[in-house]
Design a protein around this ligand. Sequence first.
Ligand code: PEP
Ligand code: MN
Length: 420
Amino acid sequence: MIRHTWPDTTTSPAPPPTAAGTFDERIPPQLRQELAAAFARPAAQQPEWPDSTALHAARTLLGAAPPVTSPGEIRLLRRELAAAAEGRAFLLQGGDCAETFDENTEEHVSGTVHLLDEMAGELSSTGLPVIKIGRLAGQYAKPRSKPVDVLGLPVYRGDIVNAQDPVPSAREPDPNRLLRAHSHACRTMNHLRTLRAGDVFASHEALLLDYEGPQLRADRAAAGQDVEVFATSGHFLWIGERTRQLDGAHIAVAALLANPIGVKVGPGTTPDEIEQYADLLNPGRVPGKLTFISRMGRDQVRWVLPELVERIRRTGHPVVWMCDPMHGNTHESESGYKTRDYADVLRELEVFFEVHRRMGTHPGGVHLELTASDVTECVGSASGVSDTDLAARYETACDPRLNRRQSLDLARAIARMLRG
Ligand code: PEP
Ligand code: MN
């Protein structure tokens, strides 16, 4: 396991409040213009806020609030990820599908961190250092496949936008939730820093542009170096499968950030697309900057992944290849629950490792939805959860998570695959 203490940061005090659509005034004008153009591109999956005055006020307060993370911490993670890109480390990323405000408790957050620690312990038996990243301290926004749910109500988009309760008033997007999300993220991040020398980094899907924009900050590594723009809402941010349009806002914004960036790549991804992601997001070919998170599904991974890996290898781009074996393997159980079968998750991972072994590339990490609680959301493994058990403790706010037992079984299996 990699142990470190948080580095000193060169961040200066909070800037003056920003107006809606504008950015921290310490960001140089040219960069601010580029950011404005990026944010102005078409953006999928954004809520329709009912009240632009309240949105403006929330963005202004968010812009003046203390940052959740610091440029120094983000640079440290980028350096650690460089080792994973070069085959000298393994990345373990995991946590809830959707964090909720109510579940932002000491018990829940500590549970996730200790579970990641235990899993990292299993994985580091391979001799590779393990970098731990939680889906924590900001994983509050959810992309959805339909705008309305089965009851015909506007869909729940995560606690940062609206509430789960199945009544129309709860589903109305509320801009004040941007501020509540930020406060919760700071609380979680503070707790992460107090646990075990703070060696778990924070990540979330960079989905909600009204949350990310006001939290951008400028920083330079040292006097005389170029100014870089940091999303201080987290350390590692990823772009989801539903918002990775090459001409869209999410990719254009990510291209301007200094944070390490992940891109989820599903079974529809082409070699030309993946090369364009690499060129756009990491033109300087900085190792550790870019991670591809393959989420193909058990049956598709064998057919789609090899040519993507081959294309990137030929271009010489340094990337971390990570496997998310969860999101391509979701189905509805006979009892009507959205679930995942442990056997499908395991199978996708096996093929992912096989492909990399065959191609001589490094299987750099895994991305999992998990919780330390004894939930019954995914079926299978020695946990013995079956279809008829799902109703007992099905607690997720969004997608089904592995419970502690299933997560540890999987970590052992991954360690075996890593050893080869
Ligand atoms: C997720 O990670 O929760 C998610 C929505 O993933 P994807 O974008 O890969 O579907
Ligand atoms: Mn999910």
